[in-house]
Design a protein around this ligand. Structure first.
Ligand SMILES: [Zn+2]
Length: 61
């Protein structure tokens, strides 16, 4: 099973859409991703099972 799943992120600052790869092997987690366009920090909360993303919450970090 492929535990690395691509997820789409929409930047809460500039609205840019980009893809990131999520490691689902350890379940639900939070991380900070820098926007590829405006470089501001995005708080990403990933709700996932082994190999499957349930939901991605995005907020300003
Ligand atoms: Zn941005």
């Amino acid at each position: 099973m492929d535990l690395e799943v691509e997820s789409q992120i929409v930047c809460p600052y500039c609205g840019a859409v980009f893809m990131t790869v999520v490691d689902t092997s350890s379940g639900t987690f939070s991380t900070i991703e820098d926007c590829e366009v405006c470089c501001r920090p995005i708080a990403v909360n990933v709700h996932c099972h082994y190999g499957e993303i349930e939901a991605v919450d995005i907020d300003r970090a």
